[in-house]
Design a protein around this ligand. Structure first.
Ligand SMILES: *Cc1c(COP(=O)(O)O)cnc(C)c1O
Length: 430
């Protein structure tokens, strides 16, 4: 499969190079050159396929012959070694829990898939690749865990000091081996700015091969299509219309859902639910796209003021605003509404949600799910990852699941940096 840059000024690349480059030279996001609908029989008979078979059928066209089928199947098997269960919330409302992976956030799916593809492409390459990534929390943990032990790959993660949760910090800083954590004095935006600068710095890139693993990488984006199909399979025999509400920040997850629809999955409606960062809800309302600096909220993995993946969504609809508006609604919710939703879910539905999932739930409530419809909100992280937000709201302490318990007793290892020059010397000397 060939990929082209959505900025239109860079040459086409194959899957391997789109993965390794992350972003095209003209700073555009890569997009597949063609998208083939899946056969109707496949979707009608989806219940007769295993999750692994479904994933293989979906992803195959986006990779072509660049990874042998047997290897690709193995990569899928290893990526999907956890469940995606439904939990009933209210009549006609369910949540699809995407957090049963090793770092308990949905980003595990994309990170594990990308890491294994890179490991395959890199197996005969003796030059080490450095994956450089900035994180506000969940990305770093998922990337660290996904890339742990991958041959010839070194991972350097920048995170803002004292601005990630305790669980998130442990997940970033305790794995060691080929994973290096840099604790940055500053904000997430400072981390991101340093990473961007490094990618453009010839004095680094002439010596080190740098790759990004952020959510715009096609190898992180595309595998997120899988679980929309899994959900459809699990609804077996249900003739109701299906509505997904996706808590959205950089809009990669919902963009994968819209791709699932483009591949033929009969989803009636998508709702992009956001926090106070309401660029897309405003866009859907007015047609005007106005990026803004992000504002801080309690669902901080969605604090994005200029969602990177939105341009891909527009491409899926060939920039036809009216067609897009039919499939995609978008609503914004305040922190107070989110807190009330979390308390309601706990008291009335016996469900502890994290703040991001609660925003997703609010999207369904605003849409109003009638009896001919089934509403599904994605629960994108386990509540334990946002303990300091969740516990005071429900007034109850949450137990650490096994995955988290083991990491909490490990010792943090991080290098404190204050400036770009310190990042640069770290990259050149390690
Ligand atoms: C990253 C993240 C999101 C936002 O996903 P996008 O694909 O960027 O829209 C939502 N919830 C959680 C918990 C996340 O970590």
């Amino acid at each position: 499969m060939k990929y082209y840059s959505l900025n239109g000024k860079a040459s086409e690349v194959n899957f391997r190079n789109a993965l390794i480059k992350g972003l095209a030279e003209d700073k555009g996001l890569y997009f597949p050159k063609s998208i083939q609908k899946l056969p109707e029989e496949f979707i009608e008979n989806i219940h007769s396929f295993t999750e692994q078979e479904i994933a293989f059928t979906i992803i195959k066209q986006f990779i072509g012959d660049e990874i042998p089928d047997s290897v690709l199947k193995q990569i899928i098997e290893e990526t999907l070694n956890f469940d995606f269960p439904f939990v009933d919330i209210e009549e006609n409302i369910k949540t699809l829990e995407l957090f049963h992976g090793p770092t308990m956030a949905f980003k595990d799916v994309g990170a594990r898939f990308m890491a294994r593809c890179l490991g395959y492409f890199n197996k005969d390459n003796n030059q080490e690749v450095t994956v450089l990534v900035a994180t506000s929390g969940d990305t770093g943990g998922a990337v660290a865990s996904g890339f742990l032990g991958v041959k010839n790959v070194k991972v350097v993660i920048l995170y803002p000091s004292q601005k990630v949760s305790e669980v998130q910090e442990k997940q970033l800083t305790t794995l060691c081996k080929n994973i290096y954590a840099l604790e940055v004095e500053g904000t997430f935006d400072d981390c991101q700015a340093m990473v961007k600068k490094a990618f453009l710095d010839d004095s680094i890139t002439s010596i080190k091969q740098l790759t990004s693993a952020n959510s715009i990488n096609i190898a992180r984006w595309l595998p997120q299509i899988f679980y929309f199909f899994f959900a459809f399979k699990a609804l077996k025999g249900n003739n109701k219309k299906v509505v997904f509400s996706v808590p959205s920040g950089n809009f990669g997850n919902i963009c994968a859902g819209l791709m699932a629809k483009k591949l033929g999955l009969p989803i009636h409606q998508f709702i992009a639910s956001t926090n106070a960062n309401d660029i897309i809800p405003k866009f859907i309302q007015t047609g005007d796209y106005h990026p803004l600096p992000s504002v801080q909220t309690i669902s901080n993995a969605m604090d994005v003021g200029d969602p990177s993946n939105f341009i891909r969504i527009q491409k899926i609809y060939n920039n036809d605003f009216d067609a897009l508006k039919k499939d995609l609604l978008s609503y914004s919710f305040t922190d107070d509404e989110t807190r009330r939703a979390m308390l309601h879910l706990y008291k009335n539905c016996n469900y502890i949600s994290d703040p991001h999932g609660a925003v997703g739930y609010l999207g369904l409530k605003k849409y109003e799910i009638h009896n001919d419809t089934i509403g599904i909100f994605l629960e994108t992280a386990h509540p334990v990852k946002f303990l300091d937000v969740v516990e005071p709201i429900i007034n109850k302490s949450i137990e650490y699941p096994e995955q988290i318990q083991s990491v909490m007793t490990e010792t943090k290892v991080a290098t404190f940096i204050h400036s770009y020059d310190e990042l640069k010397s770290f990259l050149l000397n390690n």
